[in-house]
Ligand binder design. Sequence first.
Ligand SMILES: Nc1ncnc2c1ncn2[C@@H]1O[C@H](COP(=O)(O)OS(=O)(=O)O)[C@@H](OP(=O)(O)O)[C@H]1O
Length: 316
Amino acid sequence: MENNGDSNEDYDSSLPAEKWRGDEKLFQWKGFWFRLQYLPGTRQVLDNFKPLPSDVILASFPKTGTTWLKALLYSIINRSSRVCLRTTHPHMLVPTLEVQLYGTHQESFSTFASTRSPARILATHLPHQLLADTVKPSDCRMVYVTRNPKDTLTSFWQFVLKSRSYEEPWPLEVAVEKFCRGVVPFGPYYDHVLGFWKESLERPEKVFFVTYEELKDDTRTHVKRLADFLGCPFTGDGDEEVLEEIVIGCSFEELSNYEVNKSSEHSQWMKLPFSSFFRKGDVGDHRNYLSNEMVERIDTITGEKFHQSGFIYGIN
Ligand SMILES: Nc1ncnc2c1ncn2[C@@H]1O[C@H](COP(=O)(O)OS(=O)(=O)O)[C@@H](OP(=O)(O)O)[C@H]1O
């Protein structure tokens, strides 16, 4: 997988830009907002990545359950969880295409545990609107996870707040404002979710759509559905035990307690410790932070964007 050395400056002057945090801006490209450092990798993915028909691509908007799904997909496809998960952070099991394989912080694919999986597992935060021409011709499978907008925003705000890359405070009001206008990395959130939701309706055999809340509510059932979708159902002798081990081994409680996931270390590309991908893992945590006005504002947009498209989700 190559990087032709596209420089960040190529994008700087020509694209619409908005202040993000500190001195950093986000850039709007093809209808979505990007951190400058991920634009070259994104272009590389779209220009050069050719999925294999056997590939499994996990797609998600940030903070919607990516880390959990990385652990689950790896475990389902490899029929186990504990051994590898105890020693390897989920983000080092399954690489994110535009960041870890094609991006400015490249690590070779062989660094990742999923190299040794029966099927390659790759992740991306890129929206379907951009990825369609790359993934459709290959016939690969995609799994999309989403999460209700208020918890996604809350998780995101907390994550950015704790990032050591920024010195200045980041008031929740600012985060809400940006989220509602879609000006967040890989945003707008609503367009991102709807792109994959529509695709999952059109091609259910190739695009599996699941929500964080469904998974929390009944992990077992959805892990079974996932395994069916991936063509490796839990129907053999001893599979019930394996399924149980995977559900427990990938639960927030277990995963966040493995030493590697509590670690303050980070890989080449992450400025954040491995531990920062595990915060609370709850449904409804937004109630502890968002004001009534904020909730009302987000719910109104959710109604306009999701419900008017026929996707009844995201208000509760
Ligand atoms: N195993 C498991 N089960 C349930 N929830 C989990 C799990 N692992 C991580 N998390 C929670 O997911 C939130 C992080 O989202 P992402 O993994 O999508 O983040 S990222 O995009 O990879 O940066 C973040 O949510 P919040 O706790 O609400 O901030 C994590 O705590």
